[in-house]
Write a protein of this length. Sequence first.
Length: 131
Amino acid sequence: MARQPASTPLALRIPFWHPDKFFEHMRPLSKWLFGLPGAVLWLLVVPPSVAAGGTALARGSAPTPPTPRVLAGHNIVPLAMSYLVLKAMHEFWAWICVKAFGGAVHEFGVNDPGVSCRCPMSTASAAFRIP
């Protein structure tokens, strides 16, 4: 088990593997995504999407918020699973970003913040290098 601060004994961190070798093989992808091709791809996708959303809001054709339907009792398990998938994707792309700028990813596993909600986590101590 990984070292953890004594001030948070209930927040367990359970490491699974050291993913640095895997992400070393992904370095060309990370260089591509955080280089000129990635910037061009971002410019081709994000501004038109924001403009389309703004146009829909201005016309009043934006859909109504689905909050009551999403938070219904029968949706709790799919909602929790989608959170875990999104959290894992967030960690994966954070690792890609760290590798693009020459850092190392030391740990992957799950953490338990004390309320039995296990979430993917990672330790990328070189993230401070990202400009």
